[in-house]
Design a protein around this ligand. Sequence first.
Ligand code: NAD
Length: 495
Amino acid sequence: MAVPDPHYWHDFRSRLVIPSEAFIDGQNTPASDGQTLTNHNPATGDVLADVAACSSEDVDRAVAAARKSFDAGEWSLAAPAERKAVLQRLAALMMEHQEELALLETLDTGKPIRDAFELDIPGASGCFGWYAEAIDKLYGEVAPTDGSNLATITREPVGVVAAVIPWNFPLDITAWKMAPALAAGNSVILKPAEQSPLTALRLAQLAKEAGIPDGVFNVLPGHGHITGQALGLHSNVDCLAFTGSTATGKRFLEYSAQSNMKQVWLECGGKSPNLIFADSDLDEAAKVAVQGIYFNQGEVCSANSRILIQREVKDAFVERFVAAASQLKVGDPLDPSTDIGSLIDDNHAGKVRGYISLGLEEGARLALGEAPDGKEKGAFVTPTLFEGVTAEMTIAREEIFGPVAALIEFADEDEAVAIANDSIYGLAASVWTENLSRAHRISRRLQAGTVSVNTVDAIDFITPFGGYKQSGFGRDLSLHALDKFTQLKTTWVRL
Ligand code: NAD
């Protein structure tokens, strides 16, 4: 379906109901102490809603509801085929509400409506559909005992699963956690980011409509240091799946140690390298590298923010890259022709501009983009490319999480791999070469959870996604995600 025009979206906006209450035990509810968080449209600064800011008391209520529903067994002990049917209904309902969910996502995050409509919402719905389809096709194992014993190995849900997620792909990352956790029979509690709670709150209502029993799917918007921390420290939460920054990820390990040793799974930051060799198709490499860094305003954990270029083709690459990036339209997120919307808020945009200033101070040169003059306002930042970057510079080491690429030159394979792996992160990497042997050789040496060859940032339901090193551990997507949300039971019978 074609993306509707701006007229349609502005008209829809005038009648859009913005969800603002938490969702606990199947009911919309304000925070117990009446606290709220003001939710803004980052592209305009307009207030969208005052959204419930859940307290630790709300966390207690949600955990109690989740535990009760898990123990009751209506969902946790249901036949996988029954859970499949409900989750398929949910996936279908999400697509029936594609326009509404896309509009909520764009208003909440500033991302282009075209991306929200064509990618985020179908992606999230597809994720629920994928795990729904998978769950009644998983078999247990029978161990190779002798004839006088029988030992089975079965997968059971973990129990109460909490997920704490970021603001860059709110509904997609919700689906990456919730779909496998629910398919496996867990009861779940989701805490969206402060900046982007809207689609998760609407999803909870749709989940109830699809037939998910009360208490099985709860959503608690709120502050990280209050709601998120209370979930991390709760002794009746069995598993905590987190996506967000490495600094916050480390806190969840501490929360677990301080409480009940709950399982913690972390998807954290990145500074992913894109290695471009002289023997690659340079036109294609440059065009796709532009997407690799500027898609979703660069607010992508696996964004290819370090572009490593073989020295002899550097000038030819920069010329092509700048030509392609200059075509990108920055502007109103509700205009379907917009490629780059606003960043998540003014505060984050200020941080990104701070990195651009720092890059200039440290001696890198702008091949694309503007030097901040300190007078900028609002959350828009235009595509930026630095050349003359060395691997020690801050812009080559720290995650910027905005539309800023650092171009670093290399001489040969060894140097390229050394620079690529010289990072605390290891989420993703890309390699461009027409030489098949080199592609395999380099892929093996790269310390990254996903290596994309002659493309960037390959992500699909069918393959696991997650990090090496301080990008975290555990995997989202594919059947491997079920490892996080199930535990193995051995039953040994002496015959
Ligand atoms: P963040 O770590 O600040 O926040 C993420 C979540 O953690 C939010 O819900 C927040 O409320 C909560 N939180 C914050 N402080 C907390 C605390 N003290 N205790 C408990 N919870 C707390 O990250 P962000 O700024 O929302 O997102 C950007 C980061 O997320 C980037 O580093 C990015 O790389 C990462 N990210 C990673 C992936 C991935 O799959 N690896 C995907 C998207 C984003």
